[in-house]
Design a binder for this molecule. Structure first.
Ligand SMILES: C[S@@+](CC[C@H](N)C(=O)[O-])C[C@H]1O[C@@H](n2cnc3c(N)ncnc32)[C@H](O)[C@@H]1O
Length: 279
């Protein structure tokens, strides 16, 4: 809580310095409006919302999550194929300190978990803002995306590196990747947008393709409400349960790094570190 207040204060100060008094006076009002809208959404009496809430709180992929029809692979394909990729994903960096946010995420979340991984899988690379970091570390890098556009963008960014495989996914499976062939899985800003059944399907695939002792770092949604951020329904508990059901160990779940200075809290997201049990 204290870290969240400190982060918000830091943001307001930086906005004041950047945009002046009027903007910084309006910013807290916008925040309060967002909280109110979210609260309304939370108390929505739609049966779907109530059932999702109960299942999410209990960590169960029950009928409501199974019937949930938003955030489908088709919807994702349509959105991301038509996306303006001119910033190649850097538009999603934290707005106040984008460079530090990205650099610390790479150091403290990605590199600190990658170990000496040589075979790396990234799910949903988009414009390749993380693939660019992963490629030089990998003997083999497999990039899996639901859009051909993202794979083309990554090819442009990474060149024709012989160590990169580009795989088009139907949305939840990666049959082109062999069992127990991957040391490290990375996915950021992808699971937050995909339907719970596809999340479950990918978790099963992660469990299948990871070598014993391998690690997966997955950024995913941690709430029920779609907005802000067009999030799919998920909770930290449900995600952890799905992973355990597939035989993976949940090493860590968190939403900030750099002693709370940076994080994925703006949209209530979660980062989960999974481990495939040793032989
Ligand atoms: C918001 S972008 C994030 C891109 C990149 N990970 C980043 O952080 O810059 C979402 C990416 O996930 C991909 N995606 C969406 N649904 C997917 C799915 N079911 N399977 C694989 N990729 C998916 C999109 O095509 C897009 O490239």
């Amino acid at each position: 809580m204290r870290a969240a207040i400190a982060e918000r204060t830091r943001k307001y100060r930086s906005r004041y310095e950047q945009f002046g008094l009027l903007y910084s006076a309006l910013a807290p009002m916008r925040y309060l409006a967002t909280v109110a809208a979210r609260r309304l959404d939370e108390t929505s009496d739609s049966i779907e919302a109530q059932l999702l809430k109960i299942e999410g709180a209990q960590g169960v992929l029950g009928p409501a999550h199974r019937a949930y029809s938003g955030h489908s692979a088709g919807e994702n394909r349509a959105i991301w194929s038509a996306w303006d990729w001119s910033q190649r994903g850097d538009e999603w960096n934290d707005t106040d300190e984008p460079e530090q946010w990205k650099a610390t995420l790479v150091d403290e979340v990605l590199l600190s978990n990658i170990g000496d991984a040589r075979a790396i899988l990234e799910i949903g690379p988009g414009g390749g803002r993380w693939s660019e970091v992963l490629q030089p570390l990998a003997e083999r890098l497999v990039l899996v995306d639901v859009t051909q556009r993202a794979l083309e963008l990554c090819k442009e960014r990474l060149g024709d590196g012989a160590n990169v495989d580009y795989v088009l996914s139907e949305g939840g499976a990666i049959p082109a990747v062999e069992d127990a062939s991957i040391d490290f899985v990375w996915s950021f800003d992808v699971f937050v947008h995909i339907a719970p059944l596809d999340v479950d399907s990918y978790i099963a695939e992660v469990a299948r393709v990871l070598r014993p002792g391998g690690t997966a770092v997955i950024h995913h949604s941690g709430r029920l409400q779609r907005f802000p951020g067009w999030r799919s329904p998920m909770t930290a508990l449900l995600f952890a349960q799905l992973a355990r059901e597939r035989g993976l160990e949940v090493a860590r779940q968190f939403d900030s790094w750099s002693n709370g200075r940076f994080g994925v809290r703006t949209n209530d997201d979660v980062i989960t570190v999974l481990r495939a049990p040793e032989g």
